[in-house]
Design a protein around this ligand. Structure first.
Ligand code: ADP
Length: 186
């Protein structure tokens, strides 16, 4: 199963992603985690990415596309994966489509975790990561609205989009996720 998981910052994607990879035995490809690790290790990529991350901006497409290209070639991806935080722009989605077409491994679904913006801001304000300062939060929500939300139409048109209501308990939301993924797996 190859799944893309899309949702604004604060939607609770991380929590649901952990459950999904465990239940469905998927490799977890979180570009946020990969970039934070690169930044902390001060690799060449990490040094390039850190200014963008600190400002709540997206890192340039070329950087992130290369990271994903290399990651998808690793053996643990052959059994299926969850793309978490990628793609985040139309250019990234188009690059992904080309990579997967070349491999002959199409996506099974694109899950959108949907949470209204006022609720997101409330949740993020109470979280306290270094890039969670109010101005940076605002910037990340702007990046989502302007650069990532156009992907919803992109994937709706290809028939892959499944929208999941992100309000409720972790358990309630995971049941909604399961009802989509159990159908795909069968
Ligand atoms: P969030 O908590 O906002 O969902 P992530 O943990 O997924 O954020 O990512 C943190 C930061 O890493 C983003 O604000 C952005 O700077 C960068 N980043 C992660 N994934 C991508 C991507 N696919 N394209 C560009 N930048 C990305």
């Amino acid at each position: 199963m190859r799944i893309v998981f899309i949702g604004p910052p604060g939607a609770g994607k991380g929590t649901q992603a952990e459950r999904m990879i465990e239940k469905y035995r998927l490799a977890h490809l979180s570009t946020g985690d990969m970039l934070r690790a690169a930044r902390d290790a001060q690799t060449a990529v990490g040094k390039k990415a850190e200014t963008y991350m600190a400002g709540g901006k997206l890192v340039p497409d070329e950087i992130i596309i290369e990271i994903i290209r290399e990651r998808l070639a690793e053996p643990d991806c052959q059994g299926g994966y969850l793309l978490d935080g990628f793609p985040r722009t139309i250019a990234q989605a188009e690059a992904l489509d080309r990579m997967l077409a070349d491999k002959g491994t199409p996506l099974g679904a694109v899950l959108e975790l949907n949470v209204p913006e006022d609720e997101l801001f409330r949740r993020l304000a109470g979280r306290g990561r270094a890039d969670d300062a109010p101005e940076v939060i605002r910037q990340r929500l702007v990046a989502y609205r302007e650069q990532t939300s156009p992907l919803l139409d992109y994937y709706r048109q290809s028939g892959l989009l499944k929208t999941i209501d992100g309000l409720g308990t972790v358990e309630e939301i995971f049941q909604r996720v399961e009802s989509v993924l159990d159908r795909l797996a069968s």
